[in-house]
Design a protein around this ligand. Structure first.
Ligand code: UD1
Length: 358
């Protein structure tokens, strides 16, 4: 490894988005350390990452970020120039039933990362946030300036609180100096970016990594692919009486590889000293609203199959419509979603077939 290669710690790097980001970081020339406790995934995607990149030497640290000494240990062991923090629980329904589990896990793990970052000479921290922070809004598309609405579930609340924690830590640690001096044992400044994802879907074109939900999927696309392969009997489309063109909800579905590339652009912005403020927020979406019915129909068409689906009552907590204004990310990160929805839906199906061994 050359002295100049920057190293990125990816917490939750064995998961769905984390594994795609790890691939893109390595392909962009970064060194990566993956930390994961495998609480919501196995090693399938990490093995896929190694195959795609042809790298068998990616360090994997089996740690729980809620364990402060373990996180400190990571920062002592490696000189870390940037952290991308994914390690968090993400099921909306479960968070309503088990708020303590969500607050404990999602807040403590992030606090430990920030504390260690500050104690080891400072660091650049990219937080994986969500469009859920915007809640229901009439003014569409949403920009980064759109007001955040009160969270509708504990999962959403943890995203809002972690954004606020990051902003506070950035403000407080800026007093520690301007230069990020990663790897030393001195206090140093934390700089931060929060990326607000819209609806990440799809899989890597190799079909070696993708989404692997445990149990019955909550999200639309894994439910579609599992129905198509025969694991689920029938997809329920939740609500066809919304005030939208076809009565089903509108979302902004962002391809997971495009999303991963936005992380690489954000990391480069931080490491190359291009940030305009020490804490920045970017929407990561396509800017294109797509209805549930449109998505289902397109999935059938591009994969040349028929999906068993029915209309069902609205799902509690769903909002009618949300999509992103992505101009800030386009301009400042020099990034834009590129993969077509057709290719994304093909990749989701190829991944489902791959894991089913078909
Ligand atoms: C949810 C979270 C979001 C998170 C995202 C990905 C909220 C309010 N939403 O978004 O923060 O980033 O998951 O994890 O916190 N649908 C069906 N049938 C199904 C499943 C879904 O019709 O079986 C519909 C839903 O009603 C919705 C759309 O598909 O209109 C997308 O749903 P889903 O994939 O669950 O994502 P969101 O709820 O938009």
């Amino acid at each position: 490894m050359s002295q100049n290669v920057k190293r990125v710690l990816v917490s939750g790097g064995a998961g769905y988005i984390g594994s795609h980001v790890t691939v893109e970081l390595i392909e962009a020339g970064y060194d990566v350390v993956v930390a994961d406790n495998l609480s919501n995934c196995d090693m399938t995607c990490f093995e896929g990452v190694k195959k795609i990149t042809g790298r068998n030497d990616i360090p994997f640290e089996m740690i729980d970020c809620c364990n402060a000494p373990h996180v400190e240990g990571l920062f002592s062991k490696y000189k870390i120039d940037a952290v991308i923090h994914f390690a968090a629980f993400k099921a909306v329904g479960e968070s309503v039933a088990e708020p303590i589990k969500y607050y404990k896990n999602n807040l403590i793990s992030f606090l430990n990362i920030l504390d260690a970052a500050k104690n080891h000479g400072g660091c650049n921290v990219l937080f994986s946030s969500s469009a859920t922070v915007y809640g229901e809004t009439d003014k569409l598309p949403v920009t980064e300036e759109s007001p955040r609405q009160p969270a509708m579930c504990s999962y959403g609340a943890t995203k809002q609180i972690c954004e606020d924690i990051l902003a506070d830590v950035v403000r407080a640690t800026s007093a520690y100096g301007d230069t990020v001096n990663a790897g030393t044992s001195a206090l140093g400044p934390v700089k931060g970016i929060a990326l607000r994802y819209f609806n990440p879907i799809g899989a890597h074109p190799s079909a070696l990594i993708g989404e692997l939900p445990r149990g019955v999927p909550n999200n639309l696309v894994p439910y579609i692919t599992q129905t198509a392969i025969g694991k689920r009997e029938c997809l329920s489309i939740f609500g066809n009486d919304y005030p939208t063109p076809d009565g089903t909800c509108l979302r902004d579905y962002i391809d997971v590889v495009d999303l991963a590339k936005a992380h690489v652009a954000a990391v480069a912005r931080m490491l190359d000293g291009k940030m305009k403020k020490n804490y920045e927020i970017f929407n990561v979406g396509t800017g294109r609203p797509v209805s549930v019915l449109e998505l289902v129909t397109k999935f059938e068409k591009v994969n040349n199959l028929k999906l068993n689906y029915k209309f069902a009552p609205r799902r509690e907590g769903d909002i009618t419509a949300i999509w992103a204004d992505t101009s800030l990310a386009n301009k400042e990160l020099g990034w834009k979603a590129e993969r077509s929805l057709e290719d994304t839906l093909k990749s989701a199906w190829q991944w489902e077939c791959h894991i089913a061994g078909k």
